[in-house]
Design a protein around this ligand. Structure first.
Ligand SMILES: [Zn+2]
Length: 240
């Protein structure tokens, strides 16, 4: 699951790096740092702990949902930035600067869906592998518990993918909504540009112009993965 998140994400963040470097407004175009890893993987780690403690299979759905949210958001940001079309605000539909939180593009939204489905597929493969190999503790995956109610194995597989992918889409949507409302939006007076970091990529300090102080992009990512985990957890409880 970790590899399924990091390998495509790192590859995407390297893709077209020169082009992205021109977009100096954004602080998040560089390689992912430790805080970003924690913001993206912290909730999933908690879900893994939840599963280890309770042996409750719904935590595996939550774990995958958190990763699906992080992956969907990362793919949307990277592809959306590369596609080069001017993004629009998810709330007001007004144009926003490329790479800014809350901006959506068609390419980015399709990439978001692809990222969520990708982790759904990986989760299904992991569940099948766990059933085949372990057939023990982890083998009691939520896919297995679903098989009592679903009419066929194919249906079980589709439900597993849907439970995870819907968590991913919900999380990525939460990310965009929070990003355009309560997340810190800052301004670098030296460049006269809006950005999300302090200091700006140019090195000058920035000031808060919108959002809640301290609610950085990393915090929003953490909340978004929590939303993804909660949705997948809830759907798994409902359907299992
Ligand atoms: Zn600046």
């Amino acid at each position: 699951m970790l590899l399924a998140f990091f390998v495509p994400s790192v590859a995407l963040s390297r893709l077209g790096r020169a082009r992205k470097r021109a977009l100096v407004d954004i602080g998040k175009t560089g390689p992912r740092d430790a805080r970003q890893v924690l913001a993206n993987g912290g909730i999933a780690t908690l879900c893994a702990v939840g599963f280890a403690v309770t042996h409750d299979v719904f935590w595996t759905a939550a774990f995958a949902g958190a990763y699906a949210a992080a992956t969907a958001d990362t793919w949307a940001t990277e592809i959306g930035t590369l596609a080069g079309r001017a993004p629009r605000s998810i709330l007001t539909w007004r144009p926003v600067a490329t790479g800014m939180s809350g901006g959506v593009t068609l390419a980015g939204t399709l990439a978001e869906l692809a990222g969520a489905l990708w982790i759904g597929l990986v989760a299904l493969l992991a569940a099948v592998l766990a059933l085949v190999i372990a057939n023990g503790d982890f083998g009691l995956s939520f896919g297995y518990s679903l098989s009592f109610r679903a009419p066929s194995l194919t249906a079980v597989g589709l439900v597993v993918i849907a439970v995870v992918a819907l968590g991913g889409v919900a999380g990525a949507t939460a990310d965009s909504l929070l990003g355009t409302t309560v997340q810190e939006l800052r301004r670098c007076d030296a460049c006269g540009r809006m950005c999300e970091t302090d200091p700006h990529a140019c090195g000058n300090p920035t000031r808060l112009v919108r959002g809640i102080r301290g609610l950085s992009n990393d915090v929003v990512n953490l909340l978004a993965t929590a939303a993804g985990a909660a949705v997948s957890f809830g759907l798994a409880v409902l359907l299992a």
